[in-house]
Each structure stands twice: as C-alpha cells, then as structure tokens.
Write a protein that binds this ligand. Structure first.
Ligand code: FAD
Length: 344
C-alpha cells in the first residue's frame, strides 16, 4: 500500500511549494493531558525550526480535547492539525497510521518527530512504511546540518559504543523517533495561541482487520519513572526478591521510583516495563541510586541525563563507579539497613 509521495520529481513539491514545517506527532495520557515526550519534542522542534526558518506544528490524532490543543500551543506549536474520526476514538495503531498519512500527504511536512514510546515506536514505523520514507528510531539528539539543511538524526549504534549521525536526503518527511527524557521541554506560555486546523477525514477508511475488543488500563503504581526526581535502580547483585521489597519500602519513604537493569528484569526481580537502558527507558532524575548494578554501557545509556548518581556495589572495579558521583563499595545487605535507619 505504498503511497506515491516519494517519486523523485514530486517528493519536495507541495502544491507549488516545498516540504515545510517541523511536525510533532502529539501523544496524550489516559486523562487527555499532553505526554512529557510531546513537550520535549516541541522544545527540540523549536530549536530546529529556528535554524530552518520554519514553523513548529503538531498533529493530534483522535482527540480534539481543548486541554491538549491549548497545551500544544502553550508549548510552542504554531499550527495544530486535528485528525478526528469516530474510528479514531481508541488507539489502534493501524488506524492512527492511516490517519496520520492522510494528513501528512496533504500538508507535506519537512520533518516529523515522534516519541519513541510504546505507542510511538510502532506508529512511526507504520507511518514511515506507508509513506515509503526513512525513519531513524530511538534518537538521542537531533540537529540541522548547516550546509545541507538536512535533519541530523543522532543515535547510539553498535550497542552504544558509537554515536551514528544519520540523514535521509532523498525522502520527505525526514522522520525520527526520539527517546523520552533526553530533550528539554521549553517553558509553557499559556498566552501562546496556535492556529487550529481540522482535517476532513469524512472519507477515512479504517483498517477492517483490526477490532478493539477491550481496553485494560495497567497501573504501574506510584510515580512513573520519567516523572520521578529520585530513581533507585535495582541490579542483578540485589539477588533476592525480599531485598527488592525492602528497597521498594525505602523508595516509598524517599518518594522515589524503583527501576532495574535488564539482568534484574531477566532474574525476575523487576518488571520489564521498569527496565532502564538502551532497550529500556531513558530517565533523567535529579538522583539515581544504582544498587547491585555493574554499569554496563547498555544500562548507563539510559541514565546519562541523571544529575547525580550514587552507586552501591561491593566490587570497587565495577564500571558504575566511573559514572557515579558517589560510591559505596559494600554489599546491599550491609548498606540497606543503614540507609533505612536514616530519618527522611
Ligand atoms: P551484572 O552485570 O551481573 O552486575 C551485577 C553487579 O552486582 C556486579 O557489579 C556485582 O559486583 C554486584 N553485586 C554482587 N553482589 C552484590 C551485593 N550483595 N550487593 C550489591 N551489589 C552486588 N542492560 C540494561 O540494564 N538495560 C538495557 O536496556 C540493556 N539493553 C541491552 C541491549 C543489548 C543489545 C545488549 C547486548 C545488552 C543490553 N543490556 C541492557 C544488558 C547489559 O549489557 C548488562 O548485561 C546488564 O546491564 C547487567 O545488569 P546488572 O548490572 O544488573 O548485572
């Protein structure tokens, strides 16, 4: 179902003009508010837009919530494209991708940024495939090449051992999915009012193969990792479920969230959705306390934005001490009772 957008002679032509606009695919939370990554993408889009002398625009699919629209404007979207239709009331990836493609074909943005969230990862891949354009997944930085004006899509490669800079000169839009927590959101300005554009999707055809039977909201409990100022990372060295439970009690007292390394997830100590690192979440808390974590690059890739790191690990040679601001070379069994005895 390739859409004829990328033939060389038409790819930059939009009804007499060229591809224009730095677009952000907006994502909302269950309560209709804007997700943190959308605010972060709008912050980065503003920086890119200034360099390219283009506008920041947002695409909101399914929802027409006034709160989301005014929030998009407050975070810097100059134009907000609304793609509403009865079959888009619930998130079905195939339908959202079709709706996005319909609007993108009409407006032809130069750049489309999507959050590399559980929803955004699949959705961005589908949109890119339908548009037959390139997609750089999981970017950790974006910039504009001063000579070519192309989007530089920067992401870790080869297990995080080098940073690759990728450009997609031949196709539009240039598409990147971006890890949550790595870009800076700008300050919201409620005085900013964006132009709202409602797209006519009356002829929209949803994917007949997919039927939504039920929606089950899974609550992780406590603060989400991305919003927590303090995160405690549990590693394989913690070894026992009972010790993890005690760490969770301590975390509750501190108002901290608990995350884990992949090895801790594989050992059944921590839920998979709480994994931090290259194939998990990226977090940027004020304080990260790594307990029983060796500090392999695939883990530390997810905590590079942490302001302070404390490591607790009896092995003084563990690489986590190379990135930690403070280290305590003792086993968790010795550290935890002392930490829990401290009044907070
Ligand atoms: P280990 O490396 O086994 O370290 C355990 C540490 O606990 C050791 O340093 C040890 O000294 C210490 N220890 C032992 N006893 C105690 C004690 N009593 N008290 C306290 N400390 C103790 N990993 C991630 O975390 N996130 C990712 O997203 C991720 N993605 C990956 C993607 C790829 C493609 C690959 C190849 C790997 C990925 N990994 C990821 C795995 C990563 O390479 C490491 O294997 C993993 O991070 C190790 O987890 P760990 O530090 O908990 O375990």
């Amino acid at each position: 179902e390739a859409l004829a957008l990328n033939e060389p002679e038409t790819q930059t032509q939009i009804s007499g003009g060229t591809s224009k606009g730095i677009w952000v695919l907006a994502e909302t939370e269950a309560d209709g508010t804007l997700s943190a990554v959308t605010k972060e993408l709008l912050g980065k889009a503003a920086v890119l837009a200034e360099k390219l002398h283009q506008d920041v625009e947002a695409l909101l699919i399914g929802s027409e919530s006034d709160a989301a629209v005014s929030s998009l404007a407050a975070y810097g979207a100059q134009r907000i494209h609304l793609a509403g239709h009865s079959s888009l009331a619930s998130f079905i990836e195939e339908n959202y991708a079709r709706a996005a493609v319909q609007v993108i074909r009409e407006c032809r943005p130069d750049i489309l940024l999507v959050g590399a969230t559980p929803r955004g990862r699949g959705l961005s891949a589908r949109i890119a495939a339908l548009l037959q354009t390139g997609l750089t997944a999981d970017c950790t930085e974006l910039d504009i090449d001063a000579e070519t004006g192309l989007l530089q899509q920067i992401r870790p490669a080869f297990g995080g051992n080098l940073m690759a800079t990728i450009a997609t000169p031949a196709h539009r839009p240039q598409m990147a999915s971006v890890r949550p927590g790595v870009m800076k959101a700008r300050e919201a300005d409620p005085a900013l009012k964006g132009e709202c554009i409602r797209h006519d999707l009356s002829d929209f055809k949803c994917d007949g193969h997919i039927r939504l039977l039920d929606e089950v909201l899974e609550t992780a409990g406590g603060d989400s990792l991305g919003n927590s100022r303090i995160v405690i990372g549990v590693g394989r060295g913690v070894k026992k479920k009972e010790t993890v439970e005690r760490i969770c009690q301590w975390a509750k007292r501190l108002g901290a969230a608990v995350a884990g390394s992949r090895a801790a997830v594989e050992a059944g100590l921590i839920d998979a959705h709480l994994q931090v690192g290259q194939t998990g979440q990226t977090i940027a808390p004020d304080l990260y306390i790594a307990i029983g974590i060796s500090g392999q690059i695939q883990h530390t890739a997810g905590i590079a934005g942490a302001k302070r790191i404390i490591a607790i690990n009896p092995d003084k040679t563990a690489p986590i001490f190379n990135v930690a601001d403070y280290g305590w070379a003792v086993p968790v069994e010795e550290a935890l009772p002392q930490l829990m005895a401290v009044q907070v």
